[in-house]
Design a protein around this ligand. Structure first.
Ligand SMILES: [Zn+2]
Length: 389
């Protein structure tokens, strides 16, 4: 399969779909979140899919595409949904998602439901796996702007994070599932050569071929993890299987900023294989660590080590990379029930922002306490902003 080289920018992509690229590029979001406006050329209003981050310029760009009749969400992750409430308030458009908690003035989406809006027919295709609430949107009547030599393509599919324009998606904790992801890819493969409009990255040709390829890649990854697990158990004495140790073995050359994604992926794969794991640094030490792979994401606090101070305005990424701050933040996420997968796309945002985004689960008090504790082991410096990451 050839992947077309295509610049990811805002603009009309197909007969019915325009992309508005959000200004939140990053390792997990590629060029940024693709907010899509679905609209028949004769319709005055449109349907906005995944309003994206709450950013003034982005909201203006989205609103510039005419009236908004409906807002749809592919899944709950904040890089797709953060601006939904604001866009709804601005336009009066209802918000619909699989998860009723994310709906505003409307019912939850039902798999196989057909929505008639903005002069188009939108079919809801349940595609859990990346998250339990992931859906895709099928536009049977869509086609590419320039007709290729093979004639009209067979519609388009907005896939959210189920299929990305590049790379493989993360099976996000706590509710992602590899088993469901495989089933979803099989479902998507039945939509023939539909154009793929992903939540991040460029548009792709031929949904069926793309889904089959992702299925093969994911199967291969699963085999790799399986191989490491049996190597561990056959070694003498047997090495304990931990997410960290398996990630080291499978993703030894992965850049450090993607380590999060690797660990989530391994953890989902071990769950799929039915391998019991204990996530722990002690086990990691005995399992040996690949020398080329820095271990910032599973460090325990290095007491007494000097570190650049972190503050409430330091980015989440800086906190996670910080020898004292990283374990504190992770521990707090665990206690507050905040999924690391949810916050990973927000690595560039100040820690402070999480107070709002966590909807009360992370309080200001906790953040202030974190700042005190993270710096009490270092030089005890003030809370001035810094830009490590
Ligand atoms: Zn996502």
């Amino acid at each position: 399969m050839t992947v077309p080289t295509q610049e990811v920018t805002s603009g009309r992509l197909t007969l019915l779909v325009t992309r508005v690229l959000a200004p939140n590029p990053g390792p997990m979001t590629l060029e940024g979140t693709n907010t899509y406006v679905i609209r028949h050329p004769d319709s005055r209003g449109g349907v906005v899919v995944d309003p994206g981050p709450d950013d003034d310029d982005h909201m203006r760009a989205v609103s510039g595409h005419g009236d908004v009749h409906l807002i749809l969400l592919t899944h709950f992750h904040p890089d797709h949904t953060e601006a939904a409430g604001r866009l709804s308030a601005l336009t009066g458009a209802p918000v619909r998602a699989i998860d009723p908690d994310f709906c505003i003035a409307a019912d939850a989406l039902q798999p196989d439901e057909e929505i008639i809006a903005a002069g188009t027919r939108i079919r809801i295709v349940g595609t859990p796996g990346h998250t339990a609430d992931s859906v895709s949107f099928h536009l049977e009547e869509d086609r590419r702007l320039e007709q290729g030599p093979l004639g009209a393509s067979e519609g388009s599919m907005l896939t959210g994070d189920t299929i990305l324009g590049r790379g493989t998606t993360v099976i996000a904790q706590p509710d992602g599932s590899i088993g469901e992801y495989f089933t979803s890819l099989e479902r998507l493969a039945q939509f023939g050569s539909a154009l793929v409009l992903p939540g991040h990255g460029p548009m792709l040709d031929d949904l069926s071929a793309v889904a089959v390829q992702h299925h093969a890649v994911r199967t291969e990854m699963l085999r790799a993890v399986e191989g490491v697990v049996s190597r561990f158990s056959e070694s003498s004495p047997p090495r304990e299987v931990t997410v960290e140790a398996v990630s080291d073995a499978v993703y030894s050359t992965l850049p450090r900023h993607l380590r999060f994604a690797a660990e989530m992926s391994v953890s989902a794969q071990l769950a799929h294989l039915g391998v019991p794991v204990r996530s722990g640094v002690a086990a990691l030490d005995s399992a040996g660590v690949t020398a080329s792979e820095p271990h910032a994401l599973s460090n325990t606090a290095r007491v007494g080590a000097h570190a650049t101070p972190v503050s409430a305005t330091s980015s989440l990424g800086a906190w996670l990379d910080h020898p004292e701050g990283g374990p504190l933040v992770r521990n707090l996420f665990g206690q507050a029930g905040v999924d690391e997968a949810v916050v990973a796309p927000l690595a560039k945002l100040p820690l402070q922002t999480l107070v709002t985004l966590s909807q009360g689960r992370l309080t200001q008090e906790l953040v202030d306490d974190l700042v005190r504790r993270a710096n009490s082991l270092g030089d005890g410096s003030d809370g001035r902003p810094q830009s490590a990451v």
